[in-house]
Ligand binder design. Sequence first.
Ligand SMILES: [Zn+2]
Length: 203
Amino acid sequence: MNQGLPPTAEPIHRLIQELNKLPGIGPKSAQRLTYHLLRAPEEQLRLLAEAIVAVKQEITLCSTCFNATDSDPCLICRSEERDRSKICIVEQPQDILALEHTRVYKGLYHVLHGAISPTEGIGTDDIRIKELLERLKDSPVDEVILATNTNLEGEQTAMYLHRLILPLGIKVTRLAQGLPFGTELEYADDVTLTRAIEGRQEF
Ligand SMILES: [Zn+2]
């Protein structure tokens, strides 16, 4: 460990290494964050550590839509104000956050937890497709909105779902307009996402 680097105290080295494992945090950022945390009040660090542990202990998946939640069914599935005739299909729970932020969509969601990707060995049984079909059976849903990412995996998944859902007599639409190819939903801005929802087209 630490080879070729000036000696660093073990706890500092350890925190840098842990932070470095997070997405989007390279070695330099991990170092900067570690020294920032070192200067912060102990109380703040305790709250941070507790929040990190709580997110794992208290969050489960909604048994209906598979959104991350601390109550089952989740707030959206439970809400009386949501339009139960529409289900928007997303890849990850954070995509719901991005879509909710626009405030234009009032229907329900279904989180697949991934996308079909033969190159990564992710097949149709590895994401929550079976659960979706089960949900659509005898449901009041009249429109399914495919809001998977606009990259190769997202498009493949949308096409596969389209083929499965169409025979059920449910309208299938796709968020597309304004979303350039390769867009990950969680990083799309509000204006683009709003246009994408409002301008959704029959698939
Ligand atoms: Zn739910």
